[in-house]
Each structure stands twice: as structure tokens, then as C-alpha cells.
Design a protein around this ligand. Structure first.
Ligand SMILES: [Zn+2]
Length: 161
């Protein structure tokens, strides 16, 4: 005799099968909604309940896995003479705000050397944005160089002599 397992009451099958599944990043949990990747845990939860999620890797996590950095910002030591810790906090704060605005903009890392701080970012825009913010708060001369195919940005914040 065939036994058919009944689904529990709270588990309704997805009637609205025309509704496309939402893509969710299995690594960082952001969701693709209306053409934009965003951090929205409530939306993820909602679609998980409806069984409308497709797990994938978002473009940012794909780049992170491949070790691709599109932006590098180099800041002269003279700009942050007052303290290396403060400048790092400042950079992290700006990056955090940008991440909240667009979770594909990510800080990869901050390296401190004797005479400069080097900031690696996943997107070109983030390196440029951080450079502009630091310039505003600490002065300096901002130089932005793009690679010939514009897939890489090198940004320098130099002390004004
Ligand atoms: Zn991701």
C-alpha cells in the first residue's frame, strides 16, 4: 500500500508558481530584489517561508573568493600624523556607511606601513569615496587614476607640501 506523506498544515505548497524565486547569497546572506542586491533579513525570511529562495553567490562574494580588488587607496602618513588608529576607524566608518547603502561595496583590508596606509576595496567607487571623505576631513591632494579599461582605480591622498 502506498503511503503518501501529508505536508503539515503550516506548510502550504507554493501556489503562486509564476512568482520567480529570489536569489540569496549563501555566503553573506544578501538578497537580489528588484534588480538590486540588498541586505534585507526580513525579506529573506519571508521568501524562505514561501520556499522561494535560490542560493547563489552574490557578485561581491564571487570577487572576494577570487581575490579581486578593484580599488586601492594610498594615504600619506603626513595626513594622519595624529594617529593611525583614528584613521583606521574613520576608514571603517565610511566603509560601513557605504556598505549599508550598497552591500556590494566592501572594504577588503587596511595595511599600515611606516609612511602610508593602504586601503584595498572590492569596488573602484569605494576607494574613491573613502579618499574623498578623508580629504574633506583631513585635507590633502586627491589623485585618481583608472586603468585603461576602467576596471581598476588607484587613488592617492597626498599631503600638501
Ligand atoms: Zn555574498
Amino acid at each position: 500500500m502506498k503511503y503518501i506523506k501529508q505536508p503539515p498544515h503550516h506548510h502550504k505548497p507554493n501556489k503562486d508558481s509564476k512568482k520567480p524565486n529570489h536569489e540569496v547569497c549563501k555566503r553573506c546572506g544578501i538578497i537580489l530584489h528588484r534588480g538590486r542586491w540588498q541586505k534585507n533579513d526580513a525579506l529573506v525570511k519571508e521568501h524562505r517561508k514561501l520556499n522561494q529562495l535560490t542560493l547563489t553567490l552574490c557578485p561581491a562574494c564571487r570577487k572576494e573568493k577570487e581575490g579581486i580588488a578593484e580599488g586601492v587607496l594610498t594615504i600619506d602618513r603626513a595626513i594622519f600624523d595624529s594617529g593611525a588608529k583614528e584613521i583606521q576607524n574613520e576608514i571603517r566608518n565610511i566603509a560601513g556607511q557605504e556598505f549599508n547603502r550598497d552591500p556590494l561595496r566592501r572594504l577588503i583590508g587596511i595595511n599600515l606601513t611606516k609612511d602610508k596606509v593602504v586601503v584595498n576595496t572590492l569596488t573602484k567607487e569605494l576607494a574613491v569615496t573613502i579618499g574623498k571623505h578623508i580629504k574633506k576631513s583631513r585635507k590633502g591632494k586627491l589623485e585618481i587614476h583608472y586603468s585603461p579599461h576602467e576596471d581598476f582605480a588607484e587613488v592617492f591622498l597626498k599631503a600638501i607640501e
